[in-house]
Design a protein around this ligand. Sequence first.
Ligand code: ADP
Length: 356
Amino acid sequence: MNPLFNFTHTDTDKGTLEWRSPSNIALIKYWGKHGEQKPINPSVSMTLKYAFTQTEIHWSPKSSPSAADFEFFLSQQKVGEKFEKRVGQLIKIIAAEYPKINEKLLTINSINTFPHSTGIASSASGLSALALALMSLGKRLHGQDLSYDAFLQKASYYARLGSGSACRSVYAPYAIWGAGATANSTNEFAIPFTPHNDFLKIHDSILIFSKTPKTVSSSAGHELMNNHAYKQGRIAQANENTQNMLEALKSGDFEKWQHITENEALALHGLMLSSVSPVLQLLPDSIQFLTDFMAFRKGKGLKAAFTIDAGPNIHILYAPEHYEEVRAFISNWITERRRPIDVIDDETGKGAKELF
Ligand code: ADP
C-alpha cells in the first residue's frame, strides 16, 4: 500500500488523481448474469500486467450541485455516447454514497494500452480504473478514513456494477468472483487468490487477430444466456470447473490447469454459437492458429494453454521455462502466414494502483 493512501488534502476544491487498473484474463468464464450484475456462475481470473487502463480525474467546483457533470476522453478523444453512458451511470452510482462528487465538474482522461471492445476486457480495466478513481475522489471529498483492504473491497463492488468482470481486476495475482467458489467468495465483489508458486508468473501472449470492435458487445452476449437451452448445464459445468481449477492452481497441477482453461474457452464460444441468436466471433485465422498450436504442443509436455474471451483474439498462457519455444512458435506462425497480427506480450500482474 502506498503511504500516501490515506493522505487527505486540506484543499478539496479542485485537484487531480489517477489510477491504473489492469485487464484480467478469465480462466473460468463469466457468461450470463441476473439481478444487479450478479453472475450466474463463479469465475476465476489471472490479473494482467501490461494490458491496463490509466484513468485520471480532474475535479473543480461547479455552479449548481445537482447531478454530476463530466467530460470523458479516451486517448484525448471524445469517444461518443456508448462510453459516456456507462461512465455517467457509474458516477451516479458512486455519487449516491459520496454526494460531494455531485458538487464537482469532472474531467476524466483515460487511456487503454490495448484495443478496446475486442475481447481483451477493456471493460474490466476501464470500469475498474474508473471505480477506483471515483471512490478515491469520494473518499477525499468526504474525508473518509478507510483501510486499504476495505477500500479495495468497496471499489471491487462498484467496479462490478460498472462491468461484471471489472470487479476481478482490482485484485492480484488471481481473483475469484461469485458465490460457491470458496467459503468466502460472493456475488457482490471479487476476492484475491494466491496460487502455488509455479503459477505466480505465467506469460500471456495475446494474438490480436482483429482490432475491430465486436458486433455483439459482452453486455448483449450475457443476455443471450437468459433463455439459453444449455443454461443449467453451463452453471453445473462452471461450478465443477471452478473447484478443479482452484485445486490445480493451489497444487501447481499444469495438466489440470490446461485441460480446464481450454474447456472453458471452447465452452464459452460453444455457448455463443448455440444461442438463440448465434454469435460467431472466431475468425478463420483464430481457428487455424489453435489447430497449429495444438499440433506444435503435442507430446512436448509443455505447460501451455490457450484461452479466448468473447472475441476473436487468442491468449496463449505458458510457464516461463517455455518462453523461448512458445514465443518462437508464435512469431514463426505469423511470419509464415504473412499476416499483420500484433502480439501483446503480457504476464501475471500485481493489481491496481494509484499513481502519485
Ligand atoms: P472488451 O472485450 O474490450 O471488454 P466490451 O464490449 O465488453 O469489450 O467492453 C467495451 C466497453 O468498455 C466500451 O464500450 C466502454 O463502455 C468500456 N470501456 C473500455 N475502455 C474504457 C475506459 N478506458 N474507460 C471507461 N470505459 C471503458
